[in-house]
Design a binder for this molecule. Structure first.
Ligand SMILES: [Fe+2]
Length: 240
C-alpha cells in the first residue's frame, strides 16, 4: 500500500531531475496499490470568505488539487511499470513528475487543514498556547514572527510556499522556510502550517495585491491544527 508517509519518504530522496512523464499507465488498484484521492475540505467553499473567496477555494480544491492527485497516480502507475520492466531510464524520467505532483498533493492536503473560518475557535491564538509560547521565545514576540513570516512569503519569487516548521532532532526549534514550486518540506522537519503563494491561491480575488492576501491569510490560520502538529499529535502523514 502506498501511503502519504511513504510518499514523503520517496520525495525526500529525489534528485531535482527535469523531464516529462511518458508510458502507458497501469491501474494502481489492480496492482494492489492504493491510489491517492482528493481529500474533502473540512469546511464549505465559502467558509473562508471574505478573506479567500468561494470561487478561489472551489477552483483551487476541485481543479488544481485534483489535477495533482490525478497526475501523481498516473506517474506512479508508470513508475511501477518501469520498475517491473527494469526500465531505469523511464524511472528516472518520471522523478520530476512524481516530485511535482506528489508535493502538490502533500502541500495542499496540509494547507486545507491549517485554515479555518475567521472568528472560529480554531483561529484563536488561545488554541495554540504551547506553539505561541515557542514562537514568542524564538522571535521575541508574536508580531515579530508575523512580520518575519509575511516577509518570507512576499520574498518568494515565482510560485512556492512558506512554512513554519519544527526542526527534527533534539533541538526541536522553530524555523520559517520557503519551498519552490510544489516542493514539500522533507528531511525530518515537521510542518506546523503553510501558506500557498501560487497565484492560483489569490489572483482571482486580490489580483496583483499579494501583500493584501498575505495580510488577510492570518485571519484564517487554524491555530488548533498548528498546535496539534507542534505537539506531535497529528497523524496526517499516515492518514491520507
Ligand atoms: Fe495551490
Amino acid at each position: 500500500m502506498v501511503n502519504i508517509g511513504t510518499l514523503w519518504q520517496y520525495l525526500a530522496v529525489q534528485a531535482p531531475l527535469h523531464s516529462s512523464m511518458s508510458g502507458d499507465a497501469l491501474n494502481l488498484t489492480k496492482m494492489g496499490l492504493t491510489a491517492y484521492t482528493l481529500p474533502a475540505l473540512p469546511y464549505a467553499y465559502d467558509a473562508l470568505e471574505p478573506h479567500i473567496s468561494a470561487q478561489i477555494m472551489e477552483l483551487h480544491h476541485s481543479k488544481h488539487h485534483q489535477a495533482y492527485v490525478a497526475n501523481l497516480n498516473k506517474a506512479l502507475e508508470s513508475h511501477v511499470a518501469a520498475v517491473a520492466a527494469s526500465d531505469v531510464a523511464s524511472q528516472i524520467a518520471l522523478q520530476q513528475t512524481i516530485k511535482f505532483n506528489g508535493g502538490g498533493h502533500i502541500n495542499h492536503s496540509l494547507f486545507w487543514k491549517n485554515l479555518a473560518p475567521a472568528g472560529s475557535e480554531e483561529t484563536s491564538l488561545e488554541a495554540a498556547k504551547g506553539l505561541v509560547g515557542a514562537i514568542e521565545k524564538t522571535w521575541g514576540g508574536f508580531d515579530e514572527f508575523k512580520k518575519a513570516f509575511s516577509a518570507a512569503l512576499l520574498g518568494l519569487q515565482g510560485s512556492g510556499w512558506g512554512w513554519l516548521v519544527k526542526e527534527g532532532g533534539n533541538g526541536a526549534g522553530l524555523r520559517i522556510v520557503t519551498t519552490k514550486d510544489q516542493d514539500p518540506v522533507v528531511g525530518g522537519d515537521e510542518t506546523i502550517f503553510g501558506v500557498d503563494m501560487w497565484e492560483h491561491a489569490y489572483y482571482l480575488q486580490y489580483l496583483n495585491g499579494k501583500a493584501a492576501y498575505v495580510e488577510n491569510i492570518w485571519n484564517v490560520i487554524n491555530w488548533k491544527t498548528a498546535e496539534e502538529r507542534f505537539q506531535g499529535k497529528s497523524e496526517e502523514k499516515t492518514e491520507l
